[in-house]
Design a protein around this ligand. Structure first.
Ligand code: SF4
Length: 282
């Protein structure tokens, strides 16, 4: 009989679990309508579950006249929360505490007189929130090449978007160091992404079929699928257990399952149960 194993780190991270708990609790307990500012996570099934519980998605506080707004894990610029409160809305802040840590570090470095460099993806909502927390003058760079156009102050502080890699941070830091006299680096990378990637690679190396569960619009889930496909030809990215096909398991002895940081553990369990059912009837 074939075996089914789940990666050592798989599925919803701490920040996503926490945001989901807050959103479903709001759906149950809040007075009036409940909205999330943007989709709570990149997982269409979860977003439709929330909608079925009465939590809809709005793009902006401007679209809301009453009730509750939920800030998602990436966070927002402080002005958005101020605007929501000024309208009399109830605000539930589900910003991940690790993202809040970046905001605090950014503010501290700026208060200490540093020019702030944020290593990350320009335009990403998390990076926008960090810039908003830091105030005027902070700059986003993703690679050392981005620094060539920037006049650096003599005292520079660096923080990093939680999902960046350690090598992206160290490349930028190495390029800044020779150009300044004082450099303060706060490593704000969250390990949840790299733990899931390492665990997926380890499992895929030993499997002849890999199933990756999570939103097709989730960048971190797509990256897991890519890592698995590089190691196991028989890799399949699904959003829902209904997409599983018997043929994938016909000759497989070692089946691995992993899931992105925006996939609830219930989706992993349902997938494993369905695979077991397929194996038992074949
Ligand atoms: S990946 Fe890390 S920083 Fe992002 S929500 Fe999850 S725990 Fe928080």
């Amino acid at each position: 009989m074939a075996t089914v194993r789940v990666a050592a780190y798989a599925g919803a991270c701490y920040g996503v679990e926490r945001a989901l708990e807050k959103a479903f609790a709001a759906a149950r307990d809040a007075q009036g309508p409940v909205h999330t500012l943007g989709p709570l996570i990149h997982n269409p099934l979860v977003v439709s579950d929330l909608e079925a519980s009465g939590v809809d998605v709005v793009e902006s506080v401007d679209d809301v006249s009453d009730g509750t707004v939920i800030v998602r894990t990436h966070g927002v610029v402080p002005q958005v929360i101020d605007a929501a409160r000024a309208k009399g809305l109830n605000v539930i802040d589900a910003t991940c505490p690790y993202v809040k840590k970046v905001h605090h570090a950014a503010r501290r470095l700026v208060a200490d007189g540093c020019q702030l460099i944020v290593v990350g993806e320009a335009g990403h909502p998390e990076v926008e929130g960090i810039l908003g927390a830091a105030g005027e003058g902070a700059v986003v760079v993703q690679t050392p090449a981005d620094l060539t156009q920037i006049d650096l102050a003599q005292k520079v502080g660096v923080v990093v978007q939680t999902t960046q890699t350690a090598s992206a941070l160290s490349d930028v830091v190495a390029a800044i160091a020779p150009r300044v006299s004082e450099l303060h680096v706060v490593n704000t990378i969250c390990e949840a992404t790299s733990e899931r990637q390492r665990a997926a690679a380890e499992l895929a190396d030993t499997c002849d079929c890999m199933v990756v569960v999570g939103g097709k619009n989730s960048a971190n889930t797509r990256r897991l699928a890519q890592i698995c496909a590089e190691r196991c030809d028989n890799t399949h990215h699904i959003e829902d257990a209904d997409e599983l096909e018997d043929a994938w398991f016909a000759t497989s002895q070692n089946i691995g399952v992993t899931a992105g940081a925006s996939t609830p553990s219930s989706h992993i369990h349902r997938t494993c149960e369905r695979i077991q059912a397929i194996l038992e009837r074949s």
